[in-house]
Design a protein around this ligand. Structure first.
Ligand SMILES: C[S@@+](CC[C@H](N)C(=O)[O-])C[C@H]1O[C@@H](n2cnc3c(N)ncnc32)[C@H](O)[C@@H]1O
Length: 374
């Protein structure tokens, strides 16, 4: 209130100044002083709204990226720029609305606008193509569909402590995926996008040479295990997952018989006798009780001197910025799971009768947490 009253005489003076020649310069000076965080040389003529407002509307961008991924825009731009009219025909979309989508995406660097009506790939949107190494198209699609809807009920999770996904879809994520083939396909391909990025980081961080057999528990399409087997020709592997999520027969044929796929439920049992039980992005899907059940089942089946290898992000104990803290919200709404600190991994593994032998950071945000039976 006080500040507002003090501003009033100033505004009177400024209104008078509008009639003078130096108004344009004065205006820029004021803008730089009043909104220093949102005004740069580049956007002086088109200033940004406050950062908090931009954060609150970030879903405009995430949904725009999702729609471009779903329509396959990046694949259509592989051979060069296209007019929005041609893209509208190819994607069976409304031309003016598609133009607005592509213009908005170009304004944040996801595409680039060429002239008044053509659009091209940018470095960012290369990863929206389906057939390139490092493609994120499938994960963007599954995030834009089921994750986005679940996140819309984040308030429900925070108020009640229960899982938003179940509130929206009337069932748990993994039961829903078993019943909905399209969603399951999108989810599994999305996970494969992520694990193919992660595989290099895991292989550079962890030495698999002393291991002869691996079970990839909840391994989905088996991307990570396949990459490990490629680099370690003496290792054999089994992927365990739910019936509708298990990798395809074709993948099994392509590895010379060293990898098999088994449909099963890790809450009941896991294949026995392996040296290593790999759980990539599995433990974070579950609360401690459920995670301990899975880890116990791995320990029961394990060969002597066997180990579990968890591939997960680690939440820093400090207040520093970390993607793990946002992913933790995603786990809250999607499955009721969570990201964990180092201390929480120690407690979890201890409760399942393991000791943590090593925590190895990788070049990716995830670490490899190695545990051996006590
Ligand atoms: C977050 S995904 C991780 C997939 C894979 N490890 C990766 O990194 O790409 C979790 C996996 O656990 C599987 N899963 C969930 N519940 C399961 C159960 N009861 N038994 C076996 N697999 C299960 C899901 O189908 C899914 O493939």
């Amino acid at each position: 209130m006080v500040a507002r009253m003090a501003l009033r005489p100033l505004l009177h003076v400024l209104q008078g100044a509008r009639k003078t020649r130096s108004w344009a310069e004065l205006k820029l000076l004021l803008r730089d002083r009043l909104f220093p965080a949102t005004t740069t040389r580049a956007n002086r003529e088109d200033p940004l709204p406050p950062l908090l407002f931009r954060m609150a509307t970030a879903y405009w961008i995430s949904q725009a990226i999702y729609v471009a991924a779903k329509l396959g825009i990046a694949d259509l731009l592989t051979d060069g720029p296209q007019s929005f009219a041609a893209l509208a025909v190819a994607t069976r979309s409304d031309a003016r609305s598609l133009f607005r989508l592509l213009r908005a995406l170009s304004s944040v660097g996801v595409l680039s606008q060429v002239g008044s009506d053509c659009f091209a790939l940018s470095r960012l949107s290369e990863a929206l193509r389906s057939d390139v190494p490092g493609s994120l198209r499938a994960i963007v699609i599954t995030i834009g569909e089921i994750h986005y809807q679940a996140c819309g009920e984040l308030l429900h999770s925070v108020r009640t402590g229960s899982t938003a996904f179940n509130q929206v879809f009337g069932t748990s994520l993994f039961d829903y995926l078993q019943e909905n083939a399209d969603a399951s396909d999108a989810f599994n391909r999305g996970m494969t996008n992520l694990s193919s990025l992660l595989a290099h980081a895991v292989l550079l961080a962890y030495d698999f040479s002393g291991i002869s057999s691996i079970v990839d528990v909840g391994g989905g399409e088996g991307e990570l295990l396949q990459r490990i087997l490629e680099l370690n020709p003496k290792v054999t592997g089994v992927v365990l997952d739910l019936p509708n999520s298990i990798g395809s027969e074709n993948r099994a044929l392509s590895d010379g018989g060293r990898c098999s796929y088994i449909a099963g439920n890790f809450f009941e049992s896991v294949p026995e006798g392996a040296d290593a039980y790999l759980l990539c992005g599995v433990v974070h899907d579950w609360d401690d009780d459920r995670a301990i059940t899975i880890l116990n089942n791995c320990r029961k089946g394990m060969a002597k001197s066997g180990r579990v290898l968890l591939v997960e992000m680690i939440v820093p104990d400090t207040s520093s910025a970390s993607f793990s803290k946002l992913l933790d919200l995603n786990m809250m709404v999607m499955t009721g799971g969570r990201e964990r600190t180092k201390a929480e991994f120690h407690t979890l593994l201890d409760a399942a009768n393991y000791r943590v032998t090593r925590i190895i950071p990788t070049m990716a945000p995830q670490s490899v947490i190695e545990g051996m039976p006590k």
